[in-house]
Design a protein around this ligand. Sequence first.
Ligand code: C2E
Ligand code: MG
Ligand code: MG
Length: 758
Amino acid sequence: MTARLRPAPGVLPALAALAAVAGVVGWLLAGHPGPSVAGYAGGPVAMAAAFVSCRSIGAMIVVARPVRDFWRMCASAALCVGAGAVVAFWFPTHERGLSPYVAGPLLLGVAFFLLAFVRLPRERRSLPQWLQVLLEYVTVAVAGSLIFTYLINDHGRPGAGPAVQRVTAVVGVGCLIAVVVIWRAAVTPASIVEPRALYRLAGAPVAAAAAFLLLVGGGETVVLWVSVLAVPVVGTTMSLGAYRQRQALARPRPAAAAPARRPGLRDALPSAAIVAAAVTAVLASGENLGWYQRSMILGVVVIAVCVVARQLVGLRAEDRLLAEVRRQQLDLARQAETDPLTGLANRARFSAVLAERVERHEPATVVLVDLDDFKSINDTMGHAVGDQLLYEVARRLGGFSARLGGDEFAVLLDTDDPDRTGEAAAALLAELAVPYGVGEHLLLANASIGVATAGPGDTAGEVLRNADIAMYQAKEAGKAGWTRFEPRMRQEVVDHARLGSELHNAILRRELHLVYQPVFDLTTGRMAGAEALVRWRHPVRGIVSPADFIPVAERSGLIVPLGSWVLREACEQLAAWQREHGAAAIRSVNVNVAARQLRESGFVDEVAAVLSETGLLPANLVIEVTESSVIEGRGVRDTLQALHDLGVRLALDDFGTGQSSLSLVRAFPVDVLKLDKSFVDGICEGADKGRLAVAAAVAQLAEYLGMYTVAEGIEEASQLERLRRMGYKLGQGYHLAKPLPPDEMAALMVANARAVPV
Ligand code: C2E
Ligand code: MG
Ligand code: MG
């Protein structure tokens, strides 16, 4: 996960600074007058450090795009200047600065540098504000020109020709303006690049201006010093700037990274220019002026300083206000993108970063994390504990992560490699499974994880939705696992949604009906009862299996009316058989009931009402519940106890497949254990010993506890024989009878009663 924002390593600026020092040392060792190759090697090394520093920010996916663009431009600038420094090896010292092969890359570097600033988002300026900015630049440019002209004319090296002097003056003034541009960018309230980084960057034009001045004005030795030091210093300032920026980015809450603007400083700039220009004028006039002219100039300078000072004092209050407004703006902007509880990014920010990556066709994978059963922690331990747990979970996510809402988190990976994303998901799963110390509690909170990689043409929304779908699949596959999104899953979700709406109509249009699978007494061969199984005759799809639509019905809540209908229908059917066939009719009917139904508050009353309305006794009804529904359904215990007290029998369906089968038998008033088909399958020769042992143990357990056992899914005579010997009283399966429509069931029932009298 390279998206992780580590604190910046200080090694690069240190390397650049070292290159500068090493250059000087190398030069000194080589001896005067000609600088050695070692002396000049510092420039390329420092610029390489600057390039890597700037580039590393440009490559961080979590950083806002304008900031990345800015640093990319700076990296390009560093590259060009570095190239110039390398080319410079081939030229004698004095021709260097002016050779097009050296000056070309250097100027290109300057152009990139300026472009970086030009492209920065700016605050909106009114016309007077533009005028103010313009005047500021003009002031600085004029003052700079004066100073440079004076320095070059009066103190220039005799050897430097007029062309050199002109170039130097232009470059010098350009550098001064660059300083102002950077300064402005740093103090603007809209500044998105770290201001302290910008202040460091300003060192580059300052160094360049000084270098050019010295090149023209200095003696032989100075020129050599400059030619050795200038580039490494520029490289160091740029590396330092990038270092500052990374430090600011690494801080989780960059509140401290936005220093209040120092009031008055910016406004002091033109004033300083005026003062400097005036001083230059005094100096330039040399001995030609008398005391009178001098005092006139001095007077003008004093007045200028006073006017400026007065203005500064007036602006101070306004600046404080502006600083406060800016701080509030930053706070608001930050609040709009962070989740207050965990300090992570929120959904809006996560989506924006993801969208940016996707639009650029950069690899992106979303790892969506949803805590399993978080609600129960919230319900049982209180919201304070729940909140604390969410906070702790957030600390473990790493990378660029966000809380999307509730107990749902997301991590963005900058890769589409299936191996790497798989490893990341598995590692995260393991990390999250470690118990959490919250207050005096030690909590376990597993998570289900969905992984989706952006494909060509995917939007950010689609990638998130895909991850969501995969996460639900992980939940359905038994939680505490991770699943990678596959396109077929989307189809399944669509199908489920459609099935849900069609099921709604199916209940209204009476497309549902029941079939009955007989349950036989394995020792006598007599039919003991029957399990009612729902069928859906879909007008287009034909018969739809309950294995397909019952889960859909459970999720949508439709299972409640559907289950009510099944209960009433099955009871009415049994009552009808008993009326019609008397003693030949079966004694009881089994009805499957879902967890959701058990949680309905009126369920017990409903059962009682159906029994009394159909004239059945409670003993005529067996309610089948699965292990998982009993575990998950909170408040289910009371319902089951009430049903038991009513006299209705309870069967644990699919027994042995859950994780706590045995404890359930003790915790709930169970009358019947239905051994899951998977154990029956494993009963014959060559079967695995473990399943065989479970099948045998369940029979014994039931005998000790005085329960009935039903073996489900008997498909062969050999299975039947073994089960009977193990002690199974009752059995059900295709070998005995398939689920039958009511009329066929009735016929079989009567025939069986005749063949096997009680
Ligand atoms: P279940 O309650 O365990 O029902 C037994 C399932 O095994 C039935 O599938 C039955 O047809 C099938 N079966 C019986 N003998 C054999 C056999 O020898 N071999 C094989 N391969 N299968 C056998 P069905 O009818 O498709 O029902 C599937 C599940 O759907 C049921 O499992 C039950 O959990 C659920 N279900 C069915 N009807 C209802 C209902 O009315 N309400 C609720 N809540 N769930 C229902
Ligand atoms: Mg069943
Ligand atoms: Mg079953």
